[in-house]
Design a protein around this ligand. Structure first.
Ligand code: NDP
Length: 452
């Protein structure tokens, strides 16, 4: 048993954990961090980063088709998954190295092994060492949840996508959330015939309905078969592929099945209960606005707390924790009006309330337009884009902004600033249009399409 003692022990080397460890060390604290897998966590190793690189790869066929519309002679192209995967692996190795460099330069002691709580101020490493810690930060993230159906273990989860040996010819994607829609869109772009099966009437529950419909329309246009109101009931092996039974009483065969039906907090076996740390639904650590848990010496940030499960949110929670605990400046994390994007094709960027949720809260004016954008329309594409503002009648504040369009993620980052500042529709209108762009519609919509 070691006599080592640290000011902060961080369990988990993902976006939240690495940021907290670095910043606390830079504030003068003695910091240690344990990671049982690869440094960088879900976002860098098996989430946002490899996903976005796959989005780029999957967008190439459309770009080539468009090139023909612009007068280019383009030879038929072939995608080589093995070559792409090798490049992806090399890039993730590079990024993992960057994260390790950040920690070592900040003077954080790193343990490449599992750590659990041996008490509220004691961390036990897998090799048996115990370290006393004045504060412990739980930043262990989440992991894909599998449906409880026979044969569930035969399906892939999102972690498996990035290391597949080969691309299947057909794939069934289960779920209708961020991951299911993004993966369905990517796989279709790479040439896989995709079926997306979701239990609700429409994909992307909780978002603006008009946007959901347009994204669904775009996914169908990409050749994806959308099956609503259905769930898998059993998965069995069928030669090289899998056979899936569903609640509609049907059976069908697929080269692979991806289960993207939500994620659980990574808290199993962490020793939280014994250390006095309360957990709630799906094992998530319960925290207050300052990321404090029920144990006075333990904090938690990121997906493990199941607040808003996004990397930039985990990073902000981590920075607020360090500011509060190591810089004597108490700051809660603000979880209001967080912009985000679903990287499907078409891309969907969103901030604030959808039309339906806003209307449930107060009387609104809705400004929206859908149109065929210049770039793709010229090349013969039928894709439509949408720009939408949901505006409070009482205050004229923009309560929600929803964009379905190429580059919507980039656009919503900027629109998010205005919405977060409390901009009114008239503030948007005072801004001169940038012409010709798609986003200029956000400042040129004159009359509401719907009013309460
Ligand atoms: P989501 O919560 O977005 O989606 C889960 C999906 O699984 C929903 O469609 C849900 O259906 C469905 N589902 C849940 N349980 C069952 C069940 N028992 N049977 C059938 N379907 C079920 O989770 P994801 O795993 O897609 O993503 C996790 C989180 O990661 C997201 O919430 C997001 O915060 C983050 N993320 C963000 C991304 C981004 O910013 N671009 C990309 C990927 C992930 P229903 O709607 O009916 O409940």
């Amino acid at each position: 048993m070691s006599r080592q003692e640290v000011d902060l022990f961080v369990i988990g080397g993902g976006s939240g954990g690495v940021r907290a460890a670095r910043m606390a060390a830079e504030a003068g604290a003695r910091v240690a961090l344990a990671e049982q897998s690869r440094m960088g966590g879900t976002c860098v190793i098996r989430g946002c980063v490899p996903k976005k690189l796959m989005v780029f790869a999957a967008g190439v066929p459309d770009a080539l088709a468009e090139a023909r519309g612009y007068g280019w002679d383009v030879a038929p192209a072939r995608f080589d998954w093995t070559r792409f995967r090798a490049a992806l692996t090399a890039e993730l190795d590079r990024l993992e190295g960057v994260y390790r460099g950040i920690l070592s330069r900040a003077g954080v002691e790193v343990f490449d092994q599992r750590a659990t709580l041996a008490g509220p101020q004691r961390v036990r490493l897998a090799d048996g060492r115990e370290i006393a810690a004045r504060r412990v930060l739980i930043a262990t993230g989440g992991r894909p949840a599998r449906l409880e159906v026979p044969g569930a273990e035969l399906a892939m989860v999102s972690d498996d996508i990035f290391v597949m040996e080969r691309l299947p010819e057909t794939m069934l994607v289960l779920g209708g959330g961020y991951i299911a829609c993004e993966m369905a869109s990517i796989m279709a772009g790479l040439g896989v015939r995709v079926t997306l099966m979701h239990r609700a009437p429409q994909i992307l529950r909780g978002f603006d309905n008009e946007a959901r419909e347009l994204v669904a329309e775009g996914l169908r246009a990409r050749g994806i078969t959308l099956v609503a109101n259905a769930q898998a009931t059993a998965i069995t092996r069928d030669g090289d592929g899998l056979r899936v039974a569903d609640t509609r009483g049907g059976h069908a065969g697929y080269g692979a099945v991806l289960m993207a039906t939500g994620r659980d907090a990574n808290t199993a076996g962490l020793g939280l209960a014994a250390a006095g740390v309360r957990t709630g639904a799906w094992g998530a650590v319960e925290v207050d606005d300052f990321s404090r848990t029920s144990a006075p010496s333990v904090w938690a940030v990121g997906d493990v707390t199941d607040r808003v499960n996004l990397t930039p949110v985990a990073i902000r929670e981590a920075m607020a924790f360090v500011e509060t605990e190591f810089r004597g400046n108490p700051v809660p994390t603000d979880h209001d009006l967080i912009p985000s994007a679903v990287f499907t094709d078409p891309e969907f960027g969103t901030v604030g309330l959808g039309e339906e949720d806003a209307r449930a809260q107060e009387k609104v004016d809705v400004y929206a337009t859908t149109f065929r954008p210049m770039r793709t329309a010229f090349a013969g594409g039928a894709a439509r884009v949408m720009m939408k503002l949901v505006v409070s009648q009482a205050t004229r504040r923009v309560l929600g902004c929803h964009i379905v369009a190429p580059g919507a993620g980039e656009m919503i980052q900027l629109a998010g600033i205005a919405v977060k500042m409390g901009a009114t529709k008239e503030d948007f209108d005072r801004v001169c249009a940038v012409h010709p762009t798609m986003a200029e519609e956000l400042v040129t919509m004159r009359a509401p399409v719907r009013s309460d």
